[in-house]
Design a protein around this ligand. Sequence first.
Ligand SMILES: Cc1ncc(COP(=O)(O)O)c(C=O)c1O
Length: 389
Amino acid sequence: MSNYIKKRTIPLSEPEISGNEWKYIKECLDTGWVSSVGAYVEKFEQMVAQYLGVKFAVAVVNGTSALHLGLFACGVVENDEVIVPSLTFIAPVNVVKYCGANPVFMDCDETLCIDVDKVSQFIHSYCEQRSCGYTYNKYTGRRVKAIIPVHVFGHPAEMDNLIRLCIDRNIDIIEDATESLGSEYKGKKTGTFGKVGCFSFNGNKLITTGGGGMVVTDDNQLAEKVRHLSTQAKRDSIEYYHDDIGYNYRLTNIQAAMGVAQMERIDAFIKIKRDNAALYKELLSDIDEVSLLWEKDFVKSNFWFYTIKTSKHHKNNLIDFLLSKYVYVRPIWKLIHTLPMYKNEIIYNIDKSIDAYECCINLPCSVGISDNEINFVVENIKEYFMLVS
Ligand SMILES: Cc1ncc(COP(=O)(O)O)c(C=O)c1O
């Protein structure tokens, strides 16, 4: 036996697999329904659609493919412009490029979601609406076809003003709700505001299928298009007749079986996430140098991640200190417009995102984290500030 003593580690975000996952997956294995056709795929789609209150849900292999098909189905094509946040995981920006379109990078507001006031300023000062009703960038001559608001770390973006602006200017909203399953904006679930909404069931998300995603919409034609494109655009069930260039993006029955088991517990997961947010908030309130980002009055966040803000001076040192204590915190995303392949794209007046990147840290947020572990995280944050004061 080794004399290795296991250190106490607090992971950033671990899946919670303690429901019917084994049972349902075993059923797939026992019956041979392991691939992308099977009762669990349909059941998972129905559960998500019903939970969100939308008419259609199409299960795909991950959130990135959901976004890709969402853009594609909405008709984003080469040379279009798509407004995206710079402060985001990279997937919603990459999919713009997959379609041959061009990102326009936008700032965030105090919730870390896209700054809708700045979107409006950009549209009103740099774009024009032509007689066809579509909006064009006056300087590049390209059509501004869509916007992808990301509900960052579970907090809903400002939807009312965005929807008003986009209806007025004929711009499609493709919601990146990959992090915000179950979050609500004025009582309505995120992912249900745009022409399509996209979800991820990656291992670190609120519910997981290992890897998986979903496109949701109330538009039957869009749903059919997404479903068709996700299965290689095969039109005939016997003959290999494909009528478009499709993708192999369909979720498997095994993964969907896991999704069904996870969906059975989503309300409990969200309650835990919100209770843990409240506990972090209470414990952190003693530390002057740190504040926990909190939800706006009119939203209900799923609190997928807990984000603290400190000063630029302390951020990296605090991360290093916590990592040295095996508390797995993380910086937030590097701004996408600063990455080498996106350096030459259009950027509109970004400053708050820079400040957020320089000052914010994400804390451990697994559904299974205990009160003791949350205490341990906060005690270590306190210790850091005692040591440096
Ligand atoms: C904001 C955002 N968009 C898109 C994705 C992509 O999802 P996936 O990893 O399932 O492809 C993720 C997370 O992984 C994300 O956080």
